[in-house]
Design a binder for this molecule. Structure first.
Ligand SMILES: [Zn+2]
Length: 339
């Protein structure tokens, strides 16, 4: 069975690792720039480019910061959520777990927590009208928010959280910013009923994944691709069912792998790990879920493998039961027709 893109487009899909603030396409950035008339000469010469690319991590950071600077009110937040939902709906993605960084808006951007919450709620309503269910993960940016800061956890413990909040995450650059100091924050988040979904094993090795599991109670790992460096830990993740959210294009562009050909996706699957494919920052990385699935195909996945990965992702998701049931039924129909 071939895995042509038309067939994969038809496949009902979920995405579990995507950052709202990383999802802004060039068209969205241009629309927000027209709204706010900022100076972008410190980021690009001339016009905002049609497609984003970057020379190195600082260059990426500059563009990302410029995107964040355009998010000033609830309507901006709702706009970028809806733009992403439109793209997801076109790709037949019916449930997405979107990470958003409250600290960037409330602390760095000085947005009132209620304004931020209202934007997320409105964006989620617009996405639902497109047939896309959103679950929010609010992450602590480890390279920005020090462990003694209470900004994110205070927001999570307030009465101003958005509808559809499912998890607490840990994002940002791992090197030099270990997970263990955030154990208390995660304990408090889990006490609120939130799921533990930290990034680990991306820019740091297997030890970082072990910390995420042991100290933060991780139920899923953002990335986790470097877990293969420790066969004992691989076995532990396989047995405990901790799931890895794999993002190949992100890994390539941020230098985790040198080429897509050597991406560890299929080695992770062969080792028995539960994984799914994701975009991470689709706007900035100029990718989408269909592109990531095609990369999976290029690495050797057959259509039945894609169906299995979607089933695993639905199971590992924190979608409401009715959304999970509908997706399982749609995957059954697809499998009967195409496998
Ligand atoms: Zn990420």
């Amino acid at each position: 069975m071939t895995t042509g893109s038309a067939l994969l487009l038809e496949l009902p899909k979920v995405e579990l690792h995507c950052h709202l603030e990383g999802s802004m396409s060039s068209a969205t950035v241009k629309a927000l720039a027209a709204r706010h008339q900022p100076d972008w000469s410190w980021v690009w010469n001339g016009d905002i480019p049609e497609h984003f690319s970057f020379d190195d991590f600082p260059d990426f950071g500059r563009q990302y910061l410029f995107g964040l600077s355009l998010l000033r009110n609830a309507d901006d937040i709702a706009t970028i959520t809806d733009d992403l939902a439109a793209s997801l709906a076109q790709q037949n993605v019916r449930h997405v777990e979107l990470t958003t960084t409250a600290y960037s808006h409330i602390e760095v951007g000085n947005m009132a927590p209620e304004e931020y919450r209202d934007g997320l709620d409105e964006g989620r309503r617009r996405a639902a009208a497109r047939g896309v269910n959103i679950g929010w993960v609010i992450d602590i940016p480890r390279d920005l928010e020090t462990p003694d800061s209470q900004v994110t956890i205070d927001f999570l413990e307030s009465s101003r959280t958005p509808d559809g909040l499912i998890g607490i995450g840990l994002g940002g650059y791992e090197v030099g910013f270990p997970a263990a100091p955030y154990a208390e924050h995660f304990a408090r988040g889990r006490a609120l009923g939130l799921h533990s979904i930290p990034h680990a094993g991306e820019t740091e090795g297997a030890d970082s994944v072990r910390q995420a599991v042991d100290d933060l109670g991780a139920e899923r790992i953002g990335h986790g691709v470097r877990v293969l460096e420790d066969p004992v830990l691989v076995e532990q993740l396989v047995e405990s069912g901790v799931f890895c959210e794999v993002c190949p294009t992100s890994n390539l562009l941020l230098g985790v792998v040198d080429t897509l050909d050597e991406h560890p996706l299929t080695r992770m699957i062969d080792a028995g790990l539960n994984v799914c494919l994701n975009t991470d920052d689709p706007g900035w990385f100029d990718t989408d879920l269909m592109t990531e699935l095609q990369i999976g195909t290029d690495l050797g996945l057959r259509v039945e493998d894609h169906v299995r990965l979607q089933r695993d992702a639905v199971r590992a998701s924190f979608a409401p039961a009715d959304v999970k049931r509908l997706l399982a039924e749609q995957l059954d129909v697809f499998e009967r027709a195409h496998c």
